[in-house]
Design a protein around this ligand. Structure first.
Ligand SMILES: *Cc1c(COP(=O)(O)O)cnc(C)c1O
Length: 486
């Protein structure tokens, strides 16, 4: 199946090449020429790994040996063979995406991406090593490190803002083992680290840094190899509801998705296009509510301050994957997408045509939840249903409640849970009780004592682990750092 850019019908590459390249040469994102066919009934009867195999094979048909890749990616790495279990919590079904090796939903995609990338590399006869460069505000870095650690033919270098990630997130990254990993703090904020990485890509010629043989790539969610594995858990949630007799085949199910870069919720839209009976896709934001405004008004305007919130993975003003939605919803109008993206970069805003806006509103509903509301939701969800959510999940929960109150649509609601509460123990604890300590690891213990919810194994032993990556550099030193770390 051929892929091309969201901004033109070029280049036409197969799915393996699209995974290798990540981003199209014109700056657009890769999209498939057509939506593939899958047999929904057969797919829904499979195990989660069986579903992953069918769905990822359909999306990326040129990547061979998919059952083996899926096995290698997931078997034994998650807390359960189901990978992404669902739990009843009051009137909602919570889809838990954080049962993977780093307790973040990004594990679902970042366990799979290294398998897809190395297979694509092998099939294309690439001999050069691939170097993954990533800037992280916390969650992506660790999930990418865990996914790529000791993967042959690939190296990974993660930059995070010095003092700009939580103590838990820092500990997760600096204790990472593996012979091919580098982790480094950059003096500055997340934007500085991200701009630094973008500058490295800009300094590359033919995808390589001057005097360096490695081909640069990214683990960012713009890669189609990250998006495809995320479609699976929408099917998994639907099949759970079917199996429990809560719905009949064909019944519509709504999904509420804590949204940042729009990758997670776009996977839900693709699940719908593949034929899954998805009802409304509910886009939940925090105080950075640029997507709420867009879906409600049709105008995207990034010219606003970025708020630091208790759900940092959603602190985003430019949601990259929205570009793919504009492509699909405009029936593949690449000229329009190119024009809108140009406006976004030169003017900081764009408005979509009324008809396109209407189409988006038929499928998506949006709302947002500030920190105060998120705290109140963590508390009320815990008190009313006994479910302990992290601040990102709380946003999804609160906006799902808002959707029902405003629309009266009481169709079954699945709330996507994107992080373990123990990744953000301070904020979760504060919502429930007075913290006894400012130390995040002691807060974890206090939270566990208070709620009886166990700390995930990968987080509980972190303080005792050896710190392996203690480098701190200036942003001007990133290039020399990458070249030295071989
Ligand atoms: C990345 C992330 C999100 C946002 O997902 P997108 O695909 O970027 O929309 C939400 N919650 C958590 C915990 C995350 O790590």
């Amino acid at each position: 199946m051929l892929y091309h850019s969201t901004r033109s019908l070029e280049p036409r590459v197969d799915s393996a090449q699209a995974v290798l390249e990540g981003l199209a040469p014109d700056g657009g994102l890769f999209v498939p020429e057509e939506i593939p066919y899958i047999n929904i009934n057969t797919c829904l009867r499979e195990s989660t790994m069986g579903m992953a195999n069918r769905i990822i094979s359909a999306m990326l048909p040129e990547i061979l040996d998919m059952p083996t890749l899926v096995e290698k990616a997931y078997r034994g790495k998650f807390q359960t063979e189901e990978l992404t279990p669902t739990v009843k919590a009051g009137d909602f079904t919570v889809l838990e995406l954080f049962r993977g090796p780093t307790s973040a939903f990004k594990d679902v995609a970042l366990c799979m991406l290294p398998q897809l990338l190395t297979k694509a590399r092998e099939q294309k006869g690439m001999t050069d090593e691939v170097l993954i460069l990533t800037a992280t505000s916390g969650d992506t870095g660790k999930a990418a490190l865990a996914g790529f650690a000791d993967v042959p033919g690939v190296g990974i270098c993660v930059f995070y803002p010095d003092g700009g990630v939580s103590a838990v997130q820092r500990a997760q990254m600096v204790t990472q083992e593996g012979s091919n990993v580098a982790v480094c703090a950059v003096r500055g904020n997340f934007d500085d680290a991200q701009t630094g990485v973008k500058n490295l890509f800009a300094a590359a010629e033919n995808g390589k840094l001057p005097g360096d043989s490695r081909s640069l790539s990214t683990a960012n969610s713009i890669n189609i190899g990250r998006l495809a594995p995320q479609i699976t858990y929408y099917f998994k949630a639907y099949s759970d509801l079917l199996r429990r007799g809560e719905i009949q085949m064909g019944d519509k199910v709504n999904f509420s998705v804590p949204t940042g870069n729009f990758g997670d919720i776009l996977a839900g839209y693709l699940a719908k296009r593949l034929g899954l009976p998805v009802g409304m896709l509910i886009c939940a934001s925090n105080a950075n509510n640029v997507l709420t405004d867009f879906i409600r008004t049709g105008t995207y305007d990034r010219r606003r301050p970025l708020h630091k919130t208790i759900s940092p993975s959603m602190d985003i003003l430019v949601s990259s994957n929205l570009e793919r939605l504009l492509y699909f919803m405009s029936d593949g109008d690449t000229a329009l997408v190119a024009e809108l993206m140009k406006k976004l970069s030169t003017e900081g805003s764009y408005q979509v045509p009324a008809q396109l806006h209407q189409k988006i509103q038929n499928e998506f509903w949006a709302g947002y939840c500030d920190d105060e509301k998120a705290s109140a939701t963590i508390r009320s969800a815990w008190e009313k249903t006994g479910y302990l959510c992290d601040p990102h999940t709380a946003a999804g929960w609160a906006v799902a409640e808002q959707y029902r109150a405003e629309t009266g649509d009481m169709a079954p609601m699945v709330v996507l849970s994107t992080a373990s509460p123990y990744k953000f123990p301070g904020a979760v604890l504060k919502a429930l009780a007075e913290p006894e300590s400012a130390d995040e690891f002691l807060q974890m213990e206090q939270l566990s004592k208070l709620t009886g919810v166990p700390v995930p194994e990968n987080l509980s032993g972190l303080q005792e682990k050896t710190e392996r990556h203690t480098d701190v550099i200036e942003k001007t030193q990133m290039l020399s750092y990458v070249k030295e770390k071989k």
